[in-house]
Design a protein around this ligand. Sequence first.
Ligand code: 4NP
Length: 157
Amino acid sequence: MKKISVLFVCLGNICRSPAAEAIFRSLLEKKGLSDCFIVDSAGTGSWHIGKKADSRMRIAAERRDINILSRARQISSKDFDEFNYILAMDDSNFRNIQDLKKSTASTGLASIKKIQDFRSAFNEQEVPDPYFGGDEGFDYVLDILEDSVNGFLENIS
Ligand code: 4NP
């Protein structure tokens, strides 16, 4: 059976999308679905390419037994061919992804959505960027993502 591929995208690929990737991996593992999916994350920006996720996010995630192991990379037009779903963390990411698709004249079939389209317990329509804020912002991002990532899996199952 062909695997379902999912790419989570934020701005820097060091806070929100690596967290979403790790939460989704953990959820798939719990449900015995890991072999059915390819999961990755990327940033629209290039500043942090090759870096580990922000230590504040890694520590907050570890407290929930979620390991963030990814290294940052930038989204590229071939991702529109290689992924079934591209899930943006906020409106700005969403617009930048659409702009990249247009500017590269990509014919890829990836379904581009916002992860918060799948929320149920939180009203937030975007995942707030925690980078310039305090530690509590990282926990809040994890709370929001645990909800919407679950919703995403339910929606496609
Ligand atoms: P992310 O957070 O998009 O969730 O990875 C950010 C990380 C870095 C920067 C902005 C947001 N930055 O400006 O370097």
